[in-house]
Design a protein around this ligand. Structure first.
Ligand SMILES: Cc1ccc2c(c1)c1c3c(c(C)cc1n2CCCN)C(=O)NC3=O
Length: 278
């Protein structure tokens, strides 16, 4: 059971600039008064019983907190503190100041394979740890993969935003249609029982984008994108993949597999010759 402090967050933290916002609320830079250390505060509006339909359901925030409290790993964002007031919850999280992997790719169009492999190894280490704890992220995309620094060599990858994450319990089925069309696995779209393998499909999409700057299933509309995903309709266009190694394509092909049972696991990815040359 997650424990939420009822202290006033402003008593302990000075609230700073907005870093980002989403369906959940806002993420703001916060400065711990006692130490001067900066953190990221995720401010979540909570739906009250009988109140407006706006805001987050309290149980879904509790789930995110319990999952983050179970995940202590160098490639997963650290949760430091949790506060609750009448209509708001605040998650105090590790501040990750290197920006999104997405922006890093945008500035470079696409990455060298050696750079992509270094990023992918860290993402897979974080995923291997999560999946070994029966936790799936279910919203993996470049926006949720951040870099601890702007310049190497400390280019440390951190997985963020566990708002859609789920912890599987023995024999329990889980279905959800949440996620972002470009990155969701076919079983999400067809509302079949999900597993950690859905994350591995997203890793296949992210790897394709890292190496080409293009999104494999993107259509002109979300409906077209979802049709492409369900049909596993993608190709390695020469224009974008002429210099890509066959090992890299093999890695992607072993993840963009419709049958989730046939997809590589995070463990298997870390042993794939593209990632771990013999
Ligand atoms: C410097 C900076 C800029 C934007 C940030 C963050 C940090 C950030 C952070 C987090 C989240 C959930 C969202 C965040 N956003 C919003 C965008 C994330 N895709 C977080 O958990 N730690 C962050 O530093």
């Amino acid at each position: 059971m997650a424990v939420f402090k009822s202290d006033i967050v402003e008593d302990l933290y000075e609230i700073g600039e907005v870093l980002g916002s989403g369906h959940f609320g806002q993420v703001k830079k916060v400065r711990e008064r006692a130490t001067g250390t900066s953190w990221a505060g995720k401010f979540l509006k909570i739906r009250r019983k009988g109140g407006s339909l706006l805001g987050m359901d309290r149980t879904s925030v509790e789930r995110e907190v319990e999952i983050l409290q179970a995940l202590k790993h160098p490639n997963i964002v650290l949760l430091k503190d949790v506060f609750e007031s009448r209509s708001e919850m605040v998650l105090v999280l590790e501040l990750i100041s290197g920006g999104e992997l997405f922006d890093f790719i945008a500035e470079k169009d696409n990455l060298l394979e050696t750079e992509a492999i270094q990023f992918m190894k860290q993402i897979l280490e974080g995923l291997r740890f999560m999946h070994s704890n029966n936790i799936a992220h279910f919203d993996l995309k470049p926006e949720n993969i951040m870099l601890s620094e702007k310049v190497s060599p400390q280019l440390n990858v951190k997985l963020i935003d566990f708002g859609l994450a789920y912890r599987f319990h023995q024999g329990q089925e889980y279905k959800s249609t949440s996620g972002t069309p470009q990155y969701v696995a076919p079983e999400v779209i067809s509302f079949e029982p999900l597993s950690t393998a859905a994350d591995m499909w997203s890793i296949g999409v992210i790897t394709y984008i890292l190496l080409s700057g293009m999104s494999p299933f993107q259509g002109d509309t979300d409906e077209e994108t979802l049709r492409n995903v369900v049909a596993v309709h993608y190709e390695f266009e020469d224009l974008y993949f002429k210099t890509t190694s066959s090992m890299a394509k093999d890695f992607i092909q072993k993840l963009l597999v419709k049958d989730s049972r046939e997809r590589m696991t995070a463990e298997e990815c870390l042993l794939h010759p593209w990632i771990k040359p013999i």
